[in-house]
Design a protein around this ligand. Structure first.
Ligand code: NDP
Ligand code: 2IT
Length: 451
């Protein structure tokens, strides 16, 4: 075996940036993991010799394609479609599809890289991938969305398979889109298999997949608080977003006796001082998933504060749950949360906090669960949807509720195992999640040799 060149973290990052120019989100995601992993592997020669981190940071493959479709006025429209298959060392590629005008290679590479460690943390056999399109679902008719999904799947299907790559939803891809995508997969291949997750209950979906990400994010906070002999009851909670993850995080906070005072969308946030109760939340879920409206309408309907073009982090709160998108908490906003007395942050969105903001949370010794641990409940239930599809069986809802709770507790405990400060009691959950997620993938790669 050749003697490895022991680069340090700075040299590693310089090389990564040189080889992947103009991909700031990807650089940010790799740096966050590398910073912890470099420390961990300092005295573990095999990981250096096998160049593990360098290999995980190059996707197995990136598929890029044209998606043509016809709008309701008969115009031909053209979008880009992507699938980044990052790593399948511990199982078939698995990860969501995002439809949003901001989608590009940098964002999908960061998401597929993160997904690789997140999926490892769940303990289930899933590799990491992410995909999607720069298609904007906003303002499109159901028929336009259907034609777009069918066109995208016409290319994507040849790269998928129940043992190859299994996509799911993400921003802009919910139950409606998964239905159209699965319908086209089935039509093209004449196979009814678990090739997508987040499916409707009528055609192979799993109980609680819809709720799983949001619930899991709150369970992670519950476990962090429990370690400090506290709980969510009575706490003021700031939640951002008003999509799948945010609304079910809010639902679980309410079930646990917390008070949800904010939600947001891409146009602004609502500050509801009296708290968003179950009835108001049902209104918001209907507004966002059925009527596809703006949160501003909720503010008008219930006569609460609406802040156009702003994010909720200036509002004083005990706990924060960013559940919208990447880098939605700037470093300055992270500092504002800390100075306003925020005690804990659990990330429902992927990489919602800027790098310096993450450091500020840990330096201030907040209870801080990073996304790859805190939002892993969604993909964990996706993994169990795959198992149910393979066995052609549907488990009972309570079984899945219990499994989600158990998986989140295991992830919490693994973060404590690898993230607890030596000689102290503080847990650096970022470090814990990165190292625990890394080990399983790295050891599988070592077993395979140089491939
Ligand atoms: P949805 O499309 O259901 O909801 C997204 C929400 O975030 C909407 O309220 C949307 O506002 C808002 N949003 C989107 N982009 C921006 C932006 N640039 N600035 C401000 N707000 C924005 O998506 P999900 O709830 O599924 O996903 C939210 C986050 O959670 C993402 O980071 C995703 O990667 C992550 N995640 C999702 C999982 C899942 O199972 N769905 C699993 C794990 C992580 P608007 O209504 O105006 O569009
Ligand atoms: O970021 C994520 O974990 C997801 N969007 C869900 C992935 C999945 O395959 O369920």
């Amino acid at each position: 075996m050749a003697v490895s060149d022991h680069v340090n973290l700075e040299q590693f990052m310089a090389g990564l940036k040189r080889r992947n120019p103009n991909e700031p989100e990807f650089h940010q995601a790799v740096y966050e993991v590398a910073a912890n992993v470099f420390d961990y592997i300092a005295d573990k020669e095999i990981y250096h010799e096998m160049q593990i981190l360098r290999r995980i940071a190059v996707p197995d493959r990136i598929i890029m394609f044209r998606v043509c479709w016809e709008d309701d006025n008969g115009n031909i429209r053209v979008n880009k479609g992507y699938r980044v298959q990052n790593n399948n060392s511990i199982g078939p590629y698995k990860g969501g599809l995002r439809f949003d005008p901001s989608v590009n290679v940098s964002i999908l590479k960061f998401l597929a890289f993160e997904q690789t460690f997140k999926n490892s943390l769940t303990g289930l056999p899933m590799g990491g991938a992410k995909g999607g399109s720069d298609f904007n679902v906003k303002g499109k008719s159901d028929n336009e969305v259907m034609r777009f999904c069918q066109s995208l799947m016409t290319e994507l299907h040849r790269h998928l398979g129940e043992d190859i790559d299994v996509p799911a939803g993400d921003i802009g891809v919910g139950a409606r889109e998964i239905g159209y995508l699965f319908g086209q997969y089935k039509r093209l291949t004449n196979r009814f298999v678990g090739v997508l997750t987040g499916k409707g209950m009528e055609y192979g979906g799993s109980p609680i997949r819809t709720e799983a990400t949001g619930y899991g994010t709150v369970y992670m906070m519950q476990d962090m608080l429990k370690r400090n002999r506290e709980d969510i009851e009575g706490k003021n909670c700031l939640v951002s977003g008003s999509g799948n993850v945010a609304t079910y995080a809010a639902e679980k906070i309410l079930q646990l006796g917390g008070k949800v005072v904010t939600l947001s969308d891409s146009a602004g946030f609502v500050y509801d001082k009296n708290g968003i109760n179950e009835e108001k939340l049902a209104y918001i879920i209907d507004l966002k998933t059925v009527r596809r409206g703006r949160l501003e309408e909720y503010a008008r309907e219930y006569d609460v504060e609406y802040h156009a073009g702003e994010r909720p982090w200036q509002v004083p709160g005990d706990l924060a749950f960013p559940c919208a998108t990447q880098n939605e908490i700037s470093t300055a906003e992270a500092r504002t949360l800390i100075s306003n007395g925020c005690q804990g942050v659990s990330e429902g969105a992927n990489m919602p906090t800027e790098a310096e903001g993450m450091k500020a949370f840990t330096d201030a010794r907040l209870l801080y669960a990073p996304s790859k641990a805190a939002n892993a409940g969604g993909v964990a239930i996706s993994g169990l949807e795959m198992s149910q599809n393979s066995a052609r069986i549907t488990w009972k809802e309570q079984e899945l509720q219990d499994l989600l709770r158990e998986i989140m507790e295991n992830i919490h405990d693994r973060c404590v195992e690898y993230g607890k400060e030596p000689g102290g009691d503080y847990v650096d959950y970022v470090k814990g999640a990165n190292i625990a997620g890394f080990i399983k993938v790295a050891d599988a790669m070592i077993a395979y040799g140089v491939v």
